[in-house]
Design a protein. Structure first.
Length: 342
């Protein structure tokens, strides 16, 4: 069989693990493995690379994707061209690592395509799977940054506001925030009340605390206020890029309390790290399973993580609305139990 592999959307630590694991299994079973460069761009521009053992070996330890990716090349308006170009690659099947945008685009244009989906996003908000690879690495970046910043915060008697990625989902802020025992965690799913937040900060201030660590998701906002959009990427399936939440919160808290404040935007450092061991395990098992599904010709399915193990599910499960943090999620209860403002 001739199997294509594509990585679409924003990169996530672990993508290379999927490429290495699935290519190794497919090659061992006599398949030809064709890597499509730069996501949908590679289809439009007919740019591919044979995934040989030499190319994929040891890729698992590296961040990014050796195939390149793009979250700007939409199929909209070029459907017929995309379909013809994809057909000309003469693939027996395609393994696509992406988010709902990647799968929805492929499904809409090439309904009959022999497709296997691998869910991917550091935001951890894809439906149909309980966790996505890259998420653990992003949480590690947040937790280690909060722990490191605490030292300078203590030295200078400052409060720090640390902004995480995640778009409309608070998973990264919540996971990274509780792992580093942040004092305050603000997520989009739980708009905060300014008066209550201020009361909490003032209480810490009067108790003599030298430092205060606040983790805020880029999409979080106060009650009845809109999240802050920094700019838009017109040809991206999700146009808005969030940003500015930490800066404005730090300025506001400093002016209200007199406690010197600084802000840090972690940005793409959350995506740029080598995958953690947890993410390596996840991509190793997911990559092997995706290849097995291709060998079994189980098209229209996705490899997912449910109830503690990698399994198979209908690809349509990944295209349901984003999986956000439940208002009463057990991690939120846990944070409250620790005395964290959330
Ligand atoms: O969806 C993943 C993500 O990293 C978001 O958390 C973030 O808002 C966005 O992508 C950033 O996109 P870009 O790489 O286009 O700046």
């Amino acid at each position: 069989m001739r199997i294509g592999i594509l990585t679409g959307g924003g990169d996530a630590p672990g993508l290379n693990g999927i490429l290495e694991a699935s290519a190794r299994v497919l090659l061992q079973n006599g398949c030809e493995v064709i890597g499509i460069c730069d996501g949908f761009e590679g289809v439009f521009e007919h740019r591919t690379v044979p995934l040989t053992l030499g190319l994929v070996q040891n890729a698992h330890a590296r961040a990014g994707t050796l195939l390149g990716s793009s979250n700007r090349s939409k199929i909209d308006g070029r459907e017929a061209e995309f379909k013809a170009k994809l057909e000309s690659l003469r693939l027996d099947g395609l393994i696509a690592c992406g988010g709902d945008g990647t799968f929805a685009g492929l499904y809409r244009v090439c309904g009959e395509l022999n497709l296997i989906g691998v869910p991917k996003t550091i935001d951890n908000d894809l439906s149909g799977t309980e966790v996505t690879f890259g998420y653990d690495t992003a949480c590690a970046a947040v937790a280690e940054s909060v722990d490191a910043l605490r030292f300078t915060a203590e030295s200078h008697k400052r409060l720090f506001v640390i902004e995480t990625m995640g778009r409309t989902a608070g998973w990264i802020a919540l996971g990274g925030g509780i792992a580093s025992y942040a004092d305050i965690i603000l997520i989009p799913e739980r708009p905060f009340e300014r008066t209550k937040l201020l009361k909490f900060v003032r209480a810490k201030q009067t108790s003599g605390r030298r430092e205060l660590m606040i983790v805020i998701a880029e999409g979080a906002s106060a009650k009845n206020e809109a999240p802050q959009i920094a700019f838009e990427v017109p040809d991206s399936p999700q146009r808005e890029r969030y940003g500015g939440a930490a800066l404005s919160l730090a300025r506001w808290l400093e002016s209200e309390t007199g406690w010197e404040a600084r802000h840090v935007v972690l940005g793409h450092l959350q995506r740029a790290r080598h995958p953690t061991t947890t993410d390596r395990f996840l991509t190793l098992f997911m990559g092997v399973e995706a290849a097995r599904m291709a060998l079994d010709k189980k098209w229209g399915q996705a490899v997912v993580f449910r109830e503690g193990r990698v399994s198979r599910a209908p690809l349509a499960d990944l295209m349901k609305p984003a999986r956000l943090v439940d208002a009463d999620h057990r991690w939120i209860q846990c944070a409250k139990g620790l005395g964290i403002f959330i």
